[in-house]
Design a protein around this ligand. Sequence first.
Ligand SMILES: C[S@@+](CC[C@H](N)C(=O)[O-])C[C@H]1O[C@@H](n2cnc3c(N)ncnc32)[C@H](O)[C@@H]1O
Length: 303
Amino acid sequence: MEHISVLREEVLRALDPKPNEDFIDCTVNGGGHAKAILEKTAPSGRLLGIDWNQRVIENCKLKIDNFTERTVLICDNFAHLEKIAKKEGFGSVDGILFDLGISSWHLERSGKGFSFLRDEPLDMRYGAEYQISNLKTQNFLTAEKIINKWSEKEIEKNLREYGQEKFSKTIARKIVQAREIKPIATTFQLVDIIKQAIPTRYQHQRIHFATRTFQAIRIAVNDELNNLKTALPQAVNILKTQGRLVVISFHSLEDGIVKNFLRDSVKNGFLKPLNAKPMLASKAELMANKRARSAKLRAAIKI
Ligand SMILES: C[S@@+](CC[C@H](N)C(=O)[O-])C[C@H]1O[C@@H](n2cnc3c(N)ncnc32)[C@H](O)[C@@H]1O
């Protein structure tokens, strides 16, 4: 299934792109938001699109081929935002977008074990074979390593803190017991173990019983919360005065980081909030795109 960009209209309203302005999309993926921005910034506004996945970048190149001469696509971790932006001539821009997390492509086509509905090797790295601009920071941690090498205590803490999983203790114990018999190599092996750890009445809730565990492992593998914490102040540094920062988050851990960062930056006089409350998806969007149900958009202007 094609990835549907969430909160597309809200992103445009918040970023307010005008002709000839320059933007950075830190999570460009299929280029849905990027294209919408480029349409508004004609004839000569430029866009720097970053994504941690090389295959995603290659797909994006094909999708935004109408805008090639105004677009620069870079495969890297947005934790290196300021360095990338300066190197590519985007050291002072009108707006920056983060649309965090995974896309439908990662779940359905990456083959990296992001989805508990597909039997794939436990990898979950957004980027691994790539990291072109900074080879030293290659990500060697995989979901398979966490599941097979981390101690029961470390796994339990990960599931509790990053997954807010109330059965973290039992799941961690079952994982350690199972790997003593044979290594846990695939997503379906892991799903079976989680199922054994969760009381039957919790196995048929609205949210699949493996969701929280998969989220927790994915966050740890990609160091997602630290990447975000590192990138946000860099974004403010490279925004022009009156430039706009827009962040879409999908769970409370991410949203908490964004909310605190904006609150502190407002208190310290760097930013002005664009909305008192986060923007959420409309009813119509929720009907068309399930992923939008947990999306929260926060935005601010540099002063
Ligand atoms: C939800 S998708 C973005 C969808 C995009 N806005 C669109 O309209 O198609 C998030 C993307 O962010 C990328 N990503 C996640 N963490 C990243 C990081 N630290 N640095 C760069 N890209 C990252 C993922 O590879 C994924 O492609």
